[in-house]
Design a protein around this ligand. Structure first.
Ligand code: MN
Length: 234
């Protein structure tokens, strides 16, 4: 099969009227042998079916918070940078990718979309719930390193080939109620679920950390993208 086309969701429309995506997501897919295609959040989800008819795999990237209305909760004061266009677009795309068995890597906000699309819920502000045992985001909003413990016997365990993974973390929300169709595949020391997978799907993984930030010099993180591209080639 020729190189697979991997769609990557971009950020919401920004203040200068652009759709941005950090280059490291694109580069990680490219290094893995995929052809990266940027998916801008236009069309309120109406394009999702057409995208999937032409793409072989997907990466849901990080970004602002999901609207808590998607999981029937009131907005917490710390819930910010919401965007209805992006929410609608990504929820439609995720639901179809799950239905159609499209290989999918869901990163940070992407993991949250995956959980909520399957009717799970989120903690809206982790410092108030899981506390400060593990720092998941620096005070200035930047990424911080922490390790995650990978669940033995999980599919993530076979892909990563390790029990403990070094991660870059930049999130203040996380999984509260895990959706019934999902299995936890990694945890931090505060018992927050840091990775999830879908058993009855060919290849669907969510990670709360940012593999794209370190994949250029960490083969364990790059393996997530390599494995996605291999699954998308089949
Ligand atoms: Mn984290």
């Amino acid at each position: 099969m020729p190189q697979p086309f991997i769609g990557l969701t971009s950020q919401a429309r920004n203040e200068t009227d652009g759709f941005e995506i950090p280059a490291n997501y694109i580069e990680a897919v490219y290094r893995g042998g995929g052809i990266p295609v940027v998916l801008a959040p236009i069309g309120r989800g109406q394009l999702a079916q057409d995208w999937l008819a032409r793409l072989d795999g997907l990466v849901f990237t990080g970004g602002g918070d999901l609207s808590p209305a998607l999981y029937s909760e009131e907005q917490h004061p710390a819930t910010v940078r919401m965007n209805q266009d992006r929410d609608e677009c990504e929820m439609s795309l995720m639901r179809l990718a799950l239905e159609q068995g499209i290989p999918t890597l869901a990163i940070c906000r992407g993991l949250q979309i995956l959980n909520v699309a399957l009717e799970g819920t989120l903690y809206q502000h982790l410092p108030e719930t899981v506390g400060h045992i593990v720092i998941h985001r620096a005070d200035d909003g930047e990424a911080v390193p922490h390790s995650s413990r990978i669940v033995p016997g999980s599919r993530l365990h076979s892909i990563s080939g390790t029990d403990k993974i070094n991660c870059m973390s930049r999130h203040h929300q996380g999984i509260k109620r895990l959706a019934a169709r999902l299995k936890p595949s990694a945890y931090t020391e505060d018992n927050l679920i840091e990775a999830i997978e879908v058993d009855d799907h060919p290849w669907c993984f969510g990670v709360q950390w940012h593999p794209e930030m370190t994949a250029h010099d960490d083969p364990v993180q790059q393996r997530l993208f390599d494995s996605l591209v291999i699954a998308a080639s089949q």
